[in-house]
Design a protein around this ligand. Structure first.
Ligand code: GLU
Length: 473
């Protein structure tokens, strides 16, 4: 059974959005059915002896689409997770990868438990045991299925997964590519941790830089000065808020489990994080007003609302009261289909999850490439580029008689480090994908919103892949 709030399960919500977009294609029903359904669902239980005694836990790995391999998607650690949710999230991964041209099919995994109730040793044991269940059934591997972090899991868990996989596969030279989101010291790539949040910033910046679209919303061009509310201060929410603040956005409210805080003049994000560490809560932050009911923060006056917590936060019941002009979906599935209809009538621009939070999987793709190539990005070209730019500057100096100051020389001739290349690849991906979706929406006035355009884009790309495979000629 599903956790659904509106009687429609999360996976049904995703499929309704799919159907809305599928109307604009002429693909045969069979092909659309093949794209939509989950190709394989593995549900299992496993026993573990934790410090709390012998327990039996439920795990899942859903592989949604084999149109490209490996399949890819995070592992959720949550006591509220259920099969429908994992299926919905796996499907979203397929569409997400297609939208940003990451050559993977979609997948998602989950373990039904609350890691906060366990010590690190227990979480390690559970993670390793879960991984061996995946290995047993060939649900993990660099060319098969590549997990990553999701809600409740992070780099530490990914390192345990990589180590377990490598132990069971001695001598496999590509073993580290079996999972992404690893710590940099253990085969990770620089910039992966902040990638989803950074991608959200690039996406919002691209949307706000379009003066025509902003004018239609009654807003001025540019992210700078926009009033932003962020729900969720986890990895995604924190980094989205951080990069938007650095880009000139004003964070007017932050919402967490314990409640929300609001200051129309703006909140200093890092000061709030420090306050939360010291007091255990974001509430009572100096200069801010407390909003005890966290969900009410979504209804505060702002330009941009970034739900970056969990699914089904904006529903039929609160959508009529939402004041934001732009909703930037940081979480997966934060808006229900019914809520979106209400928002559309209010002319709110919803920038959909499957595009906006795709920065994580994009940089996961870079990490996977790094693991397969066994070379750090920038290692081969950093010095070469430095000396090429240096030669160019010297030639300019000779021909013009001008000599560059040392700081100018350093800034211009610096060859790229791994982080520079990762961020550049991410920015290119996010801005390019936004314009693809926007162009699709503009191409047909009947396409009601960016989500439908994004789904349409994904469906076309996946359909082409199936045709190339010769499955649906
Ligand atoms: N869990 C993340 C997501 O929902 C990342 C997936 C990945 O990097 O494979 O997009």
């Amino acid at each position: 059974m599903s956790n659904s709030k509106n009687g429609i399960s999360f996976f049904e919500n995703v499929n309704r959005n799919f159907d809305k977009a599928a109307q604009f294609t002429s693909h045969p029903k069979g092909l659309l059915e093949q794209i939509k359904g989950c190709n394989s669902v593995y549900s299992f239980q496993f026993p573990v002896r934790t410090s709390r005694g012998l327990e039996v836990l439920r795990g899942w790995r859903v592989e949604h689409s084999y149109h490209k391999l490996p399949v890819k998607g995070g592992i959720r650690y949550s006591e509220n997770v259920d099969e429908d949710e994992v299926k919905a999230l796996a499907a979203l991964m397929t569409y997400k990868c297609a939208v940003v041209d990451v050559p993977f099919g979609g997948a998602k995994g989950a373990i039904k438990f609350n890691p906060k109730n366990y010590g690190a040793n227990d979480v390690e044991l559970i993670t390793r045991r879960y991984t061996s269940e995946l290995i047993r059934k060939n649900y993990i591997g660099p060319g098969v299925d590549v997990p990553a972090p999701d809600y409740g899991s992070g780099p530490r868990e990914m390192a345990w997964i990589a180590d377990t996989y490598a132990t069971f596969n001695p001598g496999r030279i590509d073993a580290l590519a079996c999972v992404t989101g690893k710590p940099v010291a253990e085969g990770g790539v620089r910039g992966r941790t902040e990638a989803t949040g950074r991608g959200i910033f690039y996406g919002l910046q691209e949307a706000c830089d379009n003066s025509e679209d902003m004018k239609a919303l009654g807003l001025t061009k540019g992210l700078a000065g926009k009033r932003i509310v962020v729900q969720g201060l986890g990895n995604v929410g924190y980094h989205a808020a951080k990069f938007c603040q650095e880009g000139g956005g004003v964070i007017v409210a932050l919402a967490e489990y314990e409640g929300a805080i609001y200051n129309p003049k703006g909140l200093d994000l890092d000061a709030v994080v420090k306050h939360r560490k010291e007091t255990g809560s974001i509430l009572k932050f100096p200069g801010a007003t407390d909003v005890p009911n966290s969900l009410e923060a979504l209804e505060l006056d702002c330009d941009i609302l970034i739900p970056a917590a969990l699914e089904e936060q904006i529903t039929q019941s609160n959508a009529p009261r939402i004041k934001a002009k732009i909703i930037g979906e940081g979480a997966n599935g934060p808006t229900t289909v019914d809520a979106e209809e209400i928002l559309l009538k209010k002319r709110v621009m919803v920038i959909p999850d499957m595009y906006l939070n795709a920065g994580g999987v994009t940089v996961s793709y870079f990490e996977w490439l790094k693991n397969l190539s066994h070379v750090r990005f920038g290692r081969m070209d950093k010095r070469f580029e430095h000396s090429a730019f240096d030669k160019m500057l010297r030639a300019v100096e000779e021909s013009t008689g001008r000599s560059f100051k040392e700081h100018e020389r350093v800034a211009i001739t610096k060859g790229p480090d791994e982080i520079d290349l990762v961020n550049s690849g991410l920015e290119e991906t996010m801005t390019g994908a936004y314009n693809q979706i926007r162009d699709i929406k503009k191409s047909n006035p009947k396409i009601p919103d960016l989500r439908t355009a994004a789904f349409l884009n994904a469906i076309e790309k996946i359909a082409t892949a199936y045709m190339e495979l010769g499955i649906f000629p």
